[in-house]
Design a protein around this ligand. Structure first.
Ligand code: CAA
Length: 420
């Protein structure tokens, strides 16, 4: 595969870096402590058009590039991983519309999203439906020419700040494959309220809330895609596109932690020398840099696969998400180690990187789910490797009077094949 980063994406990356240096890093500790949203940064991000990087140009965006999204998220997360997700979650909330919306729905909402006039959120998870995304209980029933949603959602990132919510609800409880539909719900509609705001270990500048739907009436034209039953598929397609973005957040978080550790290792002196001159510290720094760089290219490759519409995107996106987020946790942990006792103190910046990193292995699909997705796809693809069968020796064993019934059918078949 080839990977070329378009000039426009590099320009967005530069803009994001400038915004991160001016509006994100200097305010990171304040909003982390207060557990409040960084509106200053979002105002400037919107003004500079960065919320358009994941929106197709025919709907007022900047050519809809997942790679562009990743470059922007990486820069923002380098300064503050929490702000990285505060930005990236707008892509997660908008991808259902991009992959499954009708022309009218796209025309109505995407230009506002691209201009930053509407921030978005993704309401899939529930208290009892996390990894098992298909096990939702939130219900939507047809009522004349509108739908009525009843239920509640958990872990809605950006909830309260967002203006548009993609809400997944059961519309046909009797169906296995067409049980769920998605709805576009606007902030302020009757019956739609924000419930508990979570008190979190990390990413504290972005709200994560419960959202409540108490008989919310949704017009038929806000049923995503105009047809019921497509919700689960749309949610999975969305996650395939969004996971490179969360992986980019992890790369930014890892790079941000590494940069701080490098500066500190060059400054801190022990035994009459900087700790950067000690080989054990050098090994930590070298491993952190290698792993971050490896994660970065896996993320860019998965983003490019998304932009090219490659059929193996699901596996690539899961690999990037899993590898990059495991890397961020490892690198942030080692960065705290480089800072020693000061790393444990909240007036130093590195403790926050450590706290912010953990959630990366959990949201947008736990890393156990990513490994499950990767393995399922590998096993499916193994059919293309049948030519290797000839290179793996087989074993033959007599039945010694046992009937075929007593020996597992597979074992008999393998033995027969080996004898042949
Ligand atoms: N693209 C398109 N369709 C897909 C698909 C994909 N990537 N993956 C599955 N499907 C389709 C299947 O083809 C199948 O279709 P049919 O019924 O027509 O055959 C259907 O969906 C069901 O597929 P599975 O049998 O594979 O479904 P499953 O129940 O075994 O679940 C899963 C699969 C991968 C475990 C899935 O439930 C999953 O991804 N779980 C994790 C959920 C998740 O990531 N949640 C995060 C929420 S967002 C969040 O955290 C964000 C935040 O706040 C910041």
């Amino acid at each position: 595969m080839t990977l070329e980063i378009p000039e426009t994406a590099l320009q967005w990356q530069k803009k994001a870096r400038e915004i991160a240096d001016q509006y994100v890093r200097p305010l990171a500790q304040k909003y982390d402590r207060l557990q409040e949203y960084n509106h200053e940064a979002t105002k400037i991000v919107a003004q500079e058009g960065l919320l358009g990087v994941f929106v197709p140009d025919e709907y007022g965006g900047e050519n809809s590039s997942v790679l562009g999204l990743c470059l922007v998220v990486e820069e923002l997360a380098k300064a503050d991983s929490g702000y990285g997700v505060a930005f990236a979650v707008n892509a997660l909330g908008s991808f259902p519309l991009i992959v499954g919306g009708t022309e009218e729905q796209k025309k109505k909402y995407l230009p506002k999203i691209a201009r930053g006039e509407m921030l978005t959120a993704f309401c899939l998870s529930e208290k009892f439906a996390g990894s098992d995304a298909g096990g939702l209980r939130c219900r939507a029933e047809k009522d004349g020419d509108a739908w009525t949603i009843k239920g509640e959602k958990k872990w809605t990132t950006n909830g309260g700040v967002a203006d548009l919510y993609t809400v997944f609800a059961v519309t046909d409880p009797t169906s296995k494959s067409r049980r769920i539909s998605a709805f576009l719900v606007e902030k302020g509609w009757d019956g739609f309220t924000i419930g508990k705001t979570e008190d979190k270990m990390g990413i504290r500048c972005v709200p994560v809330v419960e959202t409540h739907f108490d008989g919310v009436k949704v017009p038929e034209e806000n049923l995503l895609g105009g047809k019921p039953g497509l919700g689960f598929k749309h949610s999975m397609m969305t996650l395939d596109l969004a996971r490179p973005g969360v992986a980019a957040q992890a790369v930014g978080a890892a790079q941000g932690a590494l940069d701080l550790a490098l500066v500190y290792a060059n400054r801190r002196r022990q035994f009459g020398a900087t700790i950067a001159s000690f080989q054990m510290v050098q090994q930590l720094l070298a491993d952190m840099a290698m792993q971050t760089e490896a994660a970065r290219w896996l993320v860019y490759a998965s983003a490019a696969a998304a932009d090219r519409g490659e059929s193996n995107l699901t596996k690539r996106a899961a690999m990037a998400k899993c590898f990059a987020t495991d890397t961020a946790v490892k690198v942030a942990t080692d960065a705290v180690q480089v800072f020693g006792g000061y790393g444990f103190m909240e007036d130093y910046p590195i403790a926050k990187y450590y706290r912010d990193a953990k959630i990366l292995q959990i949201y947008e699909g736990t890393n156990q789910i990513q490994r499950l997705v990767i393995a399922r796809n590998l096993i499916k693809e193994a059919g293309q490797l049948a030519h290797l069968e000839a290179f793996i020796p087989g074993e033959w064993q007599e039945l010694y009077g046992a009937s075929d019934m007593e020996v597992p059918a597979d074992a008999v078949k393998e033995s027969e094949q080996a004898r042949a």
